[in-house]
Design a protein around this ligand. Sequence first.
Ligand code: AMP
Length: 220
Amino acid sequence: RDEKFALSNPYMYSYPVLIVKKDNEDVKSFEDTKGLKTSLNVSSNYAKVAEKFGIANISTGAIFRSHISRGTELGKQAAAYIEGGNLVPDELTDALVRARLSEADAQNGFLLDGYPRNLHQVDALDGILQDLQLPLSVVAELDIPDEDIVGRLLRRAEIEKRADDTEEVIRHRIAVYHSETKPVTAAYAERGLLLRVDGTGTIEQVARNLQLALAPFAEK
Ligand code: AMP
């Protein structure tokens, strides 16, 4: 049977990560988290999750950054928004996600990190998933206090030197999260899809929390 498994995870300041998987073949190996590395970046949890499930790991922020570093037209259009900690306009972002999710490696499942990030994108994603025939079955939210996020991102700024990791821009991104992205969580909660997960503690603890939350869906 073609059971479908899906996870959306609005993390920290706190945008959704979304996993859609058409079958559960790889789910058992999800319990093996020994390879998890300590990281400053919650997204690396999701990269591990995607790897364990054998599904595509898709981060809209990473795709934008790659366009910027390659100097593409999309990169030029997106750069100022990203550097200011604002959302890139929906029409650019939705088109990017639709194109990426249409690629071959995403057809058997994917983890979507950083999208949807506002209520418009929730609708857009519904349309994309409908076209691809991939329903969403669960959404998980990692709860992390804002101050933890600022500290985490400032440490990341020292190491990764991201242009949008200055304290001012980080605080602005958190404000954007509360005004634009937080309602995404409520929308999925209304659909009965939301799981809340404690996102504080070590990467290993958070990974374990995430695993426990996902286990019932993995066993379906
Ligand atoms: P992230 O790496 O997910 O923190 O994203 C970095 C930046 O990329 C964000 O602050 C936005 O400027 C842009 N971005 C990423 N995902 C989206 C999205 N779904 N909608 C609009 N802008 C986005």
